[in-house]
Design a binder for this molecule. Structure first.
Ligand SMILES: [Zn+2]
Length: 139
């Protein structure tokens, strides 16, 4: 699996979990000034999620690692992102994809009694380009 040092987040929580996974998807940026990104093309996106919290569930988990992958991978893998409801009327740029991943993950985490929080989504689109999305406030 990926061995990489990611940017770190300052937070006051006792537990921090990081999950790596990837998915393959196509997209295009629907704008004349996006250059060749206007044409449909594909990426293998590498994701690292950072989840924090003070309380664990009955298994001793902040959140099950495999659940985090399933949440995002099952919705995005081998799709044309522009056709997905999550990107309706949006440009599926790396920034917007990272923000959307955050929203999906945090909405899911909110269902748990131990209240885990997503504090960072790292999304690598190419070997030389990545985006980090962090919520303004940890809620
Ligand atoms: Zn692209």
């Amino acid at each position: 699996m990926i061995q990489q040092v990611y940017p770190t987040v300052n937070h006051p929580y006792t537990f921090e979990l990081n999950k790596d996974f990837n998915f393959s998807a196509a997209h295009f940026i629907p704008s004349e000034d996006a250059g060749k990104c206007m044409r449909t093309h594909g990426h293998t996106y590498f994701v690292n999620l950072t989840i924090v919290g003070d309380a664990l569930d009955h298994n001793g988990f902040l959140i099950n690692f495999s659940e985090l992958k399933r949440l995002v991978h099952d919705q995005f893998d081998h799709y044309l992102l522009n056709e997905l409801p999550q990107f309706k009327d949006k440009s599926p740029s790396t920034e917007i994809v990272a923000q959307t991943i955050f929203e999906i993950v945090q909405a899911h985490l909110n269902k748990y009694d131990n209240k885990p929080k997503c504090v960072q989504v790292y999304l690598r689109e190419t070997p030389s380009s990545y985006v980090v999305y962090r919520p303004k406030e940890i809620k």
